[in-house]
Design a protein around this ligand. Structure first.
Ligand SMILES: NC(=O)c1ccc[n+]([C@@H]2O[C@H](COP(=O)([O-])OP(=O)(O)OC[C@H]3O[C@@H](n4cnc5c(N)ncnc54)[C@H](OP(=O)(O)O)[C@@H]3O)[C@@H](O)[C@H]2O)c1
Length: 270
């Protein structure tokens, strides 16, 4: 797929957790495709500004905006500033996420709450604000055939159980039913709501799983494609889901995982 600056021309996007990893790549690819992008960050202001500067140097439009997605007042302020800056919004990529891993019986309520608050409640808060603006504005046929596009970044762990990561897997399983229920409710308004479920993608969140040859070899046992994913694999899928090329796709999870969700352990008869 080539990146045409016309594919998302005139569209305004907000990407949460865009100061690192998958969110950063999604923001860059949306900008390459012609969208103006609000780069949300939580703690990495410098990183976020660097991405903004690079997008601008490439003739794109972007600005950085700090908000903790798990805090309702901060999410409302982020959307209000984005609307002030861009006039409206057409695309939300709800990506910010964290892991707080622990054996189940040792998992503290704090670890449980933190992951649910950022990964699930954070998506609820952001999707709700985006949907309000899509409903207020409606379809602009010269911009897109949809009134708005929402992309929730989930994980293969919305279907694959994950020992030692009960909070994370529960948050991603929650995203699946949240996304589909919102899609069902908003479809009549021409709002499309979908998820991307990445497999193992090389980012800081899972560095220990791929940053030594031994760790990578162990990880590759779980990946039929026999390569660890790159952030661009997810960014390209996000551009497609944000564009009218996926106009008939609503309420679905697109697994971008090199086949990780195909139960590779059963490939040799189990
Ligand atoms: N990498 C993978 O293999 C993989 C696989 C499946 C799913 N995912 C999902 O992909 C998403 C992105 O993960 P990643 O791998 O790109 O991780 P990452 O490199 O660690 O990036 C996480 C991003 O989330 C932001 N963030 C964290 N807490 C936040 C909060 N409370 N409010 C706003 N932003 C917050 C961080 O912002 P600051 O740095 O500014 O604090 C950062 O930009 C997550 O939802 C993750 O679950 C990743």
């Amino acid at each position: 797929m080539s990146y045409s600056p016309y594919l998302l021309k005139g569209q305004k996007a907000l990407v949460t957790g865009a100061s690192s990893g998958i969110g950063e790549a999604v923001a860059r690819y949306l900008a390459l495709s012609g969208a103006a992008v609000a780069i949300n960050y939580h703690s990495e202001a410098e990183e976020a500004q660097k991405i903004v500067d690079e997008i601008k140097a490439n003739n794109g439009e972007a600005f950085a905006i700090k908000a903790n997605v798990s805090q309702e007042d901060e999410v409302k302020a982020m959307f209000s500033q984005t609307l002030d800056q861009f006039g409206t919004i057409d695309i939300l990529v709800s990506n910010a996420g964290v892991q707080k891993d622990s054996p189940f019986v040792d998992m503290s309520l704090e670890q449980w709450n933190k992951v649910i608050e950022v990964n699930l409640t954070g998506q609820f808060l952001c999707v709700r604000e985006a949907a309000k603006e899509f409903l207020r504005r409606g379809v602009q046929p010269h911009i897109s055939s949809a009134a708005g596009k929402i992309i929730c970044i989930s994980s293969v762990h919305e279907i694959i159980p994950w020992s030692g990561h009960v909070n994370y897997a529960a948050s991603k399983g929650g995203i699946n039913m949240m996304m589909r229920s919102i899609a069902q409710e908003l479809a009549p308004h021409k709002i499309r709501v979908n998820s991307i479920a990445p497999g193992a993608i090389k980012t800081p969140i899972n560095k220990s799983a791929w940053d030594t040859p031994q760790a990578e070899a162990k990880l590759l046992e779980l990946i039929p494609a026999k390569r660890v994913g790159e952030v661009e694999d997810i960014a390209k899928a996000a551009v497609w889901l944000a564009s009218d090329d996926s106009d008939y796709v609503n309420g679905t999870t697109l697994f971008v995982d090199g086949g990780m969700s195909l139960y590779p352990g059963f490939a040799d008869n189990g």
